[in-house]
Write a new protein. Structure first.
Length: 135
């Protein structure tokens, strides 16, 4: 769906797509505050379709950029494996963080007798290797 012909309706749709309430979007579009009119504009079919289109584009862009970042980290890890292994390891570690994989985290907490009590938080571990950027 192309940009809406009415500029204020387009601004309203864009504000709604960013998560603003109906009243906030209505005011941002340049209308005087009126809850009934704001609800009516929100129910307008062309406005609703435009909001859906904007939000789906944002979701696609976010999904694509996440995949692109993982691909780039894979490329960095592969290219630097022999020249600079530390940067390869850093790229792999960053890819693991993006996918929710982390190493075991250890914390020491002092008890009543001031003897340290070790608490270990374990998280599922998945290792992304330079040849496997898809997880």
């Amino acid at each position: 769906m192309p940009v809406l012909q009415n500029a204020r309706h387009e601004r309203f749709a864009q504000a709604r797509a960013t998560g603003k309430t109906i009243d906030e979007a209505y005011a941002d579009a340049g209308f005087k505050a009126n809850r009934g009119n704001a609800a009516r504009l929100n129910a307008n079919e062309s406005v609703r379709k435009r909001v859906e289109e904007i939000t789906s584009r944002v979701a696609e862009k976010a999904e694509w950029s996440s995949a692109a970042r993982l691909r780039m980290l894979g490329i960095i890890a592969k290219r630097n494996l022999l020249k600079d292994p530390r940067s390869s390891i850093a790229a792999i570690a960053e890819a693991n963080k993006m996918q929710g994989s982390h190493a075991v985290v250890r914390h020491q907490i002092g008890g009543i007798t001031d003897n340290p009590i070790e608490v270990v938080h374990t998280i599922e571990r998945r290792i992304v290797r330079p040849t496997d950027t898809n997880g």
